[in-house]
Design a protein around this ligand. Structure first.
Ligand code: NAD
Length: 475
């Protein structure tokens, strides 16, 4: 069986003890490859390599243009290996190849290009002082970055972390999710081919608690931890990082509210609402899992939304026509279906969807669930939309904000004043009006409350991945 290796100090390696773990294709439910199973030793070796590459190597000392050229070569190589990278994520997690090939891998390459250019073109601050002194800011790389990633957008979220870290001159140890190891090793191989010095981008495979992941969060030689994953894991990592006062950036769970007003363009609202909850089988932190629809159009919306959900093409993720794949793993399938079991007892009803063949859960719509129902309060991370009517704008905003999460929200209205007013009133890191998932990489990305700590994107990434230094000169 194919081996997915660690990449440490420029070399593809197995673990010291030769341990491996199977990576399972959720569509066939059979292992399709084995990954090297790293633990504390491999994490420590990778940090040693990254530390040496940072303290002694050329990467942090290069000009932005030279580093940028290597990053651009990497992005070009990702384009050239589009099929291989797309297939790696599709096979590891069951995401339709139409999405990995059409969106995730191109967006991953564009993450790399964007941050290469952003770092090169960033202007530094300068402050001519009344006293005649001159103060300016140097954005110096922070050092060794531990990047810990989830399985739902493997390559895309890994590059979202790695690209700014590298562009600003840091070195990186990446730990991909154990469900999706394949694309990360390919990426590290391509980085070496692009001319990135050994030790600059290291990949260690393994688990979180008591394993490679936890080792990265407690290693005092790590200068930054950037993590995307569950809020509960964020709490564990924050506690681990506290011992060394290591700065963290967290992108965590969500329970996105999607507000559809009676004055909305209904075609637009239905089509974006479908994408917002059923893309990637709902395994999206930004998923619009709580839909609030104004009562005048509630029934019409529900009818059209249900018909569109039932029309999604489920099937083999490797078939380019497939729009909807299985859930990513046996454990995750068990978690999502356990939420469906709570619906009747909590007072709701499932009008379409539910478990299908294998690891499929069909696009599921729940009506009549009270706000206290678990499907309304907890992140299911699956294709389950709860639709609830509302009467007034104030009711809609109150319902949307009634959550410990605050990653994102959507508003559908043709009333411009309402769009601005509601966007301001929603407690969320991102609000989309009459669209969803559109990103400008210069804008802040992150969440409030249980959805995260800090922001990444553009200058927000620069603040996190550098140590801004003030220099004050007498003139
Ligand atoms: P997870 O928290 O279970 O795992 C994420 C990563 O953390 C994995 O690599 C895992 O091995 C590692 N990990 C687990 N415990 C650890 C520990 N104690 N120390 C160090 N590392 C540890 O999350 P997941 O199931 O892979 O991903 C799904 C979650 O991610 C959902 O909650 C989703 O909302 C969230 N997510 C958030 C965003 C965002 O941008 N806010 C994006 C994607 C996913």
């Amino acid at each position: 069986m194919e081996l997915i290796p660690h990449v440490i100090d420029g070399r593809e390696t197995e673990s010291r003890d030769g341990a491996r773990f199977p990576t399972v294709d959720p569509y066939t439910r059979r292992p399709w490859a084995e990954a090297a199973l790293g633990g504390r030793d491999e994490a420590a070796l990778a940090v040693t390599a990254a530390r040496r590459a940072f303290d002694e190597g050329p990467w942090p000392r290069m000009g932005y243009a030279e580093r940028g050229a290597i990053l651009h070569r990497l992005a070009d190589l990702m384009d050239a290996h589009l099929d291989e990278l797309a297939l790696a994520d599709t096979t590891d997690m069951g995401k339709p190849v139409a999405d990995t090939r059409g969106k995730d891998v191109p967006r991953s390459a564009s993450n790399i290009r964007f941050f290469a250019d952003h770092a090169r073109l960033s202007a530094a601050e300068a402050f001519p002082m009344d006293s005649g002194h001159h103060a300016y800011t140097r954005f110096e790389p922070a050092g060794v970055v531990a990047a810990i990633a989830p399985w739902n957008f493997p390559l895309m979220l890994e590059t979202w972390k790695i690209a700014p870290a590298l562009a600003w001159g840091n070195t990186v140890v990446l730990k991909p999710a154990e469900q999706t190891p394949a694309s990360a090793s390919l990426l590290a191989r391509l980085a070496l081919e692009a001319g990135m010095p050994p030790g600059v981008l290291n990949v260690v495979h393994g688990h979180g608690p008591g394993s490679a992941g936890e080792a990265l969060t407690t290693d005092p030689r790590v200068d930054r931890i950037t993590f995307t994953g569950e809020s509960a894991t964020g709490r564990a990592i924050a506690a681990a990082a506290a011992a060394n006062l290591t700065p963290v950036s967290f992108e965590l769970g969500g329970k996105g509210a999607n507000l559809v007003f009676a004055d909305a363009d209904l075609d637009l609202a239905v089509s974006w609402s479908i994408k917002a909850i059923f893309t990637n089988a709902g395994q999206v932190c930004l998923a619009g899992s709580r839909l609030y629809v104004q009562r005048d159009i509630y029934q019409e919306f529900v009818d059209r939304f249900t018909a569109a959900a039932e029309a999604l093409i489920a099937g083999d993720p490797k078939d380019p026509a497939t729009q909807f794949g299985p859930l990513a793993s046996e454990e995750h399938h068990a978690k999502v279906t356990s939420y469906l079991d709570t619906v009747p007892a909590d007072g709701g009803k499932i009008v379409t969807g539910g478990p299908g063949e294998g690891l499929f859960v069909h696009p599921t719509i729940v009506l009549d669930a009270p706000p206290t129902a678990r499907v309304c309060r907890e992140e299911i991370f699956g294709p389950v939309a709860v639709v609830t009517p509302f009467d007034t704008e104030a009711d809609a905003v109150a319902a949307a904000n009634d959550t410990p999460y605050g990653l994102n929200a959507m508003v559908f209205t043709e009333n411009l004043s309402r769009a601005h007013r509601v966007s301001a009133a929603l407690r969320a890191g991102t609000v989309w009006t009459n669209c969803f998932f559109i990103r400008d990489l210069r804008a802040p990305f992150g969440g409030v409350g249980d959805s995260g700590i800090g922001r990444e994107g553009g200058t927000y990434s620069r603040e996190f991945f550098t140590e801004p230094k003030a220099v004050v000169m007498a003139v």
